[in-house]
Design a protein around this ligand. Structure first.
Ligand code: LLP
Length: 452
């Protein structure tokens, strides 16, 4: 990675990230891998000047570093083997599905909609792992028609729906083999993360409890289903988890169940955290995979069992920055400086939903000190519409500047909305000095497309 903070071959410090002064420039580790400084002092990603790109494609815009995405996919494949699934809920469009497939990942889809986009992006059924805590009969039937690789079964009602599909003769799909099933279990692990994204604990809508015996009961029922083959166990303990010890505990809880049932597959789900702001340190995908494999050996997982995962955020989060244009700067004496941009909670609801922290910087001056304390807000009609609560920016900030927030590649575009009938931003991939718009900006005609 090009790193102007540590120039001329000086070693780039490993984590923990060095604390820069609070008014220092944006920390380089938060930026996409191919970030560099142009001759004009601007930030480029994938060899594309972000200030010029904002002129060309407009703002707001999600800009993804394609090389960064590919590097993270390769790391996941190196760590867990080909067929490790990318959790498409983090960020999905046809181009992303195609990229993950090219890099030998499978795709985790959790709704009929995600399945449709993945298939349109070039996936065959075999590439897909079907999730969901409330899959409809229609979604299950569509998955079987597509010849999905695996279904992760989440409830007794779903088992009843699968049984009904067998009875209706809709399960002997097009693929000439029985469809593989995994049983999703709750291992009883409390991961240290936001309440809304914890899933491993007993009190949850997801999966079957190991402790209560529900998981064993579900496995017995699934073994009795004609046209299906129960191959393994699945768990997902939560998201944005920084401590690999939580995954070690998860493995320890899963392995006895795998052994008892003579399963051939064990999937630990996703959940690896990423750094959003300076000072946060997350394990790399490689470190995560090594810790998981070591834990599996310690817990006695047979070597023959396929140990796999489905990372989402860790693949895409820090690959992207969002580009906005500053529209107003409001200085309230003795209170605060509000900087309003042309997007907001419709393109990044995470600060409002989870209180998530972000940083901001100006792509025209990525190395500039940021002494100005501001709150970066959007254009929506409520006070909670905050993008960066406590943003540091250069003191020469002016209306019209392009402002960027890094680490917006996961659950931003994916959770974007048309609140206030705002148009969703485009998604732009950059690589080798070129950009391509992979999802165009919405238009007012799109807003009206579904209306009678
Ligand atoms: N597998 C399953 C079954 C999942 O439910 C999830 C995420 C993943 C994999 C991928 O997890 P990741 O590696 O991305 O942490 N909207 C929230 C995150 C919700 C995660 C839901 N499930 C956020 O913006 O933080």
């Amino acid at each position: 990675m090009t790193n102007p903070q540590f120039p001329s071959g000086a070693p780039v410090p490993e984590s923990p990230a060095p604390a820069s002064p609070p008014d220092g420039p944006i920390h380089w580790d938060l930026l996409p891998d191919t970030s560099a400084v142009t001759g004009d002092g601007h930030l480029s990603v994938g060899g594309v000047d972000l200030v010029q790109l904002a002129e060309e494609v407009g703002t707001p815009a999600f800009v993804y570093d394609e090389d960064h995405l590919r590097a993270r996919c390769r790391e996941a494949v190196a760590g867990f083997g080909p067929g490790v699934a990318y959790a498409t809920k983090a960020f999905l469009c046809k181009a992303m599905a195609a990229l993950a497939l090219e890099e030998k990942m499978a795709l985790d889809v959790s709704t009929g909609g995600e399945m449709a986009v993945a298939l349109a992006g070039g996936a065959s059924g075999e590439h897909l792992v079907c999730h969901g805590n409330n899959k409809s009969s229609e979604e299950l039937a569509a998955a079987l028609r597509a010849g999905v690789g695996r279904i992760v079964v989440d409830s007794f009602d779903e088992i009843n729906r699968l049984r009904a599909l067998v009875t209706a003769g809709l399960t002997s799909g097009s693929v000439g083999r029985r469809t593989r099933l995994l049983v999703r279990v709750t291992p009883g692990i409390e991961a240290h993360t936001h309440e809304f994204v914890k899933t491993g604990q007993e009190d949850t809508k997801f999966g079957f409890s190991l402790a209560s015996g529900a998981a064993a009961e579900a496995a017995d029922a699934l073994r009795g289903l004609a046209d299906f083959e129960l191959v393994g166990v699945h768990a997902h303990i939560g998201s944005q988890i920084f401590e690999v010890s939580a995954f070690v505990e998860e493995i320890a809880a899963l392995v006895p169940f795998v052994v008892e049932n003579r399963f051939s597959e064990c999937c630990i789900g996703g959940g690896l955290g990423v750094a959003y702001v300076e000072g946060e340190v997350a394990p790399s995908i490689t470190e995560w995979a090594l810790a998981v494999h070591a834990a599996a050996r310690t817990a006695g997982l047979p070597q023959t069992v396929r140990l796999t995962a489905e990372p989402g955020r860790a693949i895409v989060a820090s690959a992207a920055v969002t580009l906005y244009r500053v529209g107003t700067i409001k200085r309230l004496p003795g209170l605060r400086c509000y900087v309003a941009v042309d997007g907001g909670m419709s393109d990044n609801p995470r600060p409002v939903l989870y209180g998530s922290g972000y940083e901001a910087f100006l792509p025209r001056a990525p190395l500039a000190p940021r002494p100005l304390c501001t709150r970066v807000v959007g254009k929506h009609c409520e006070s909670g519409d905050v993008i960066v609560d406590d943003a540091r920016l250069p003191s020469d900030l002016v209306v019209g500047d392009v402002l960027a927030t890094p680490v917006t590649g996961a659950y931003g575009f994916a959770m974007s909305s048309n609140y206030n009938r705002v148009l969703r931003p485009p998604v732009v991939f950059v690589s080798d000095g070129r950009h391509r718009v992979v999802v165009r900006r919405e238009t007012e005609a799109d807003l009206l497309a579904c209306e009678a």
